[in-house]
Design a binder for this molecule. Sequence first.
Ligand SMILES: Nc1nc2c([nH]c(=O)n2[C@H]2C[C@H](O)[C@@H](COP(=O)(O)OP(=O)(O)OP(=O)(O)O)O2)c(=O)[nH]1
Length: 131
Amino acid sequence: MKIKNIHVVGAVIKDGNKILCAQRGMEKSLPGLWEFPGGKIEETETPQAALRREIQEEMHCQVEIGEQVEHTVYKYDFGIVHLTTFYCQLVEGTPVLTEHIAIEWLEAHELEQLEWAPADIPAIQKLKQYA
Ligand SMILES: Nc1nc2c([nH]c(=O)n2[C@H]2C[C@H](O)[C@@H](COP(=O)(O)OP(=O)(O)OP(=O)(O)O)O2)c(=O)[nH]1
């Protein structure tokens, strides 16, 4: 069977020096690992539109999307994830937990304390470097 390509966007939501980190549920793929909130890009969407939609759905917030942080391609056993992360600012609302089991606000140099989804590691490195 052909392995599927999964196009995903993630939001690096910054508030001052802190970055929002979200923990995946235990019943999902990559259980309990940390990620940037976001999700799959639907066929008709731009990455930015997908990210705005996902953050609204998952965290009940509105974000303004800035520059790209990183683009990574990572092969998991369930598919090849093409992950693009963008800097974001909250413009309305306070993040609430709907799909995730925990959130943390950490400084860039603290991000490595968490166990991240493997596709996120290049973004974590980059954020640390530019902090
Ligand atoms: N949102 C998000 N997803 C990520 C990141 N890193 C990473 O490998 N992923 C993976 C996890 C999922 O396989 C996919 C995102 O899909 P999703 O958020 O729409 O799906 P999900 O977790 O509800 O779905 P599933 O994989 O359990 O079916 O990308 C990240 O930083 N943010």
